[in-house]
Design a binder for this molecule. Structure first.
Ligand SMILES: NC(=O)C1=CN([C@@H]2O[C@H](COP(=O)(O)OP(=O)(O)OC[C@H]3O[C@@H](n4cnc5c(N)ncnc54)[C@H](O)[C@@H]3O)[C@@H](O)[C@H]2O)C=CC1
Ligand SMILES: O=C(O)[C@@H]1CCC=N1
Length: 283
């Protein structure tokens, strides 16, 4: 299988790292292209032994699978640069936040097989939480191929396309919420007089341990939390502060905001396209 990546950013690197580590694809069968940054392409070629090219035709012509991995704002330009060299024989997998498969199909102006996905940055260590959905013309086997690729970089689940906005709000952006908590806990530890190294070690290990407890025990977060919380003890006092500050409600608003932003980003691109073309052209 030959795989092309359009966009040589952090997600592309994370996915390539995972695919190579699991032996899903040989490095000589991966090709990467980018917008302008030749140094970035050269660095990826040296680090992973993958092919790198500035030539968009060369990047996509022989690929069985093409990953769209530029920023959503660059989707139009990125797709326009490759669309004349892409055919229905190839599978297009988009990792772009917010952009619907229909918009991608429209930009290619072909009945292309498109799978839309939402991985996260933990792909870099094989621990992404990814969800995928089928576009209009993709087949069941396309979904299975995409699932096997994403399974190389972590967990992969199939959802309805509309749910990908919520997935983006929960697990696409999710690692950032956890890093936010890590930052806040470290800051709080320093305020209590711990030194930076100790604070960092304790906070990191606490997050890792708690995450692994969630994964390895059958217990719900609620049960695990209660196990830490002795009546009248320290945790109860700490958690009551979180309740008073409405931290749980803040997470509801946070994920609602991120989910809405995903919908907005998709709409912004779709509206821009409508301004230019009033009809959808299927060939
Ligand atoms: N960073 C994250 O946590 C996640 C990002 N995503 C999605 O993945 C995509 C990539 O994100 P990152 O890797 O974080 O971005 P990034 O900014 O690190 O990489 C994007 C790359 O695309 C290149 N590019 C821009 N225009 C191009 C064009 N016309 N042709 C070819 N390459 C072009 C840029 O030069 C850049 O190297 C985005 O659409 C984002 O929504 C999805 C899941 C998680
Ligand atoms: O912030 C963003 O737009 C991207 C999508 C999910 C994570 N990062």
């Amino acid at each position: 299988m030959k795989i092309a990546f359009i966009g040589a950013g952090s997600m592309t690197e994370a996915i390539i790292g995972g695919l190579l580590k699991k032996g899903i694809c040989e490095n000589g069968n991966i090709i990467v292209t980018n917008k302008q940054d030749l140094t970035r392409l050269q660095n990826l070629a040296i680090k992973y032994g993958v092919k790198a090219t500035e030539d968009k035709q060369e990047a996509v012509t022989d690929a069985n699978v093409i990953f769209l991995a530029m920023k959503p704002k660059d989707a139009k330009e990125g797709i326009q640069a490759i669309k004349n060299y892409v055919t229905k024989k190839q599978l297009v997998i988009s990792i772009l936040a917010g952009i619907s498969s229909e918009v991608i199909e429209d930009l290619f102006k072909q009945k292309l097989r498109v799978i839309r996905s939402m991985p996260n940055t933990s792909a870099a260590i094989g621990l992404s939480a990814t969800a995928i959905a089928k576009g209009t013309y993709a087949q069941e086997e396309d979904l299975q191929l995409a699932q096997s690729l994403f399974s190389a970089i972590g967990l992969c689940t199939i959802v309805e396309e509309e749910q990908l906005h919520a997935v983006t709000g929960v697990s696409g952006s999710g690692p950032a919420y956890i890093y936010f908590i890590a930052e806040a806990m470290e800051k709080a530890a320093l305020a209590q007089g711990l030194d930076t190294t100790v604070a960092k070690k304790l906070v990191n290990q606490t997050l890792i341990g708690a995450a692994q407890m969630l994964q390895e025990t059958d217990k719900s977060p609620d049960v695990l939390r209660k196990e830490v919380t002795s009546p009248g003890g320290t945790t109860q006092r700490g958690i009551s502060v979180l309740h008073d500050l409405k931290v749980s409600e803040a997470f509801v608003s946070c994920i609602d905001g991120a989910t809405k932003r995903s919908r907005e980003m998709g709409k912004e691109i779709a509206d821009k396209l409508k301004e230019k073309t009033s009809t959808r052209t299927d060939v």
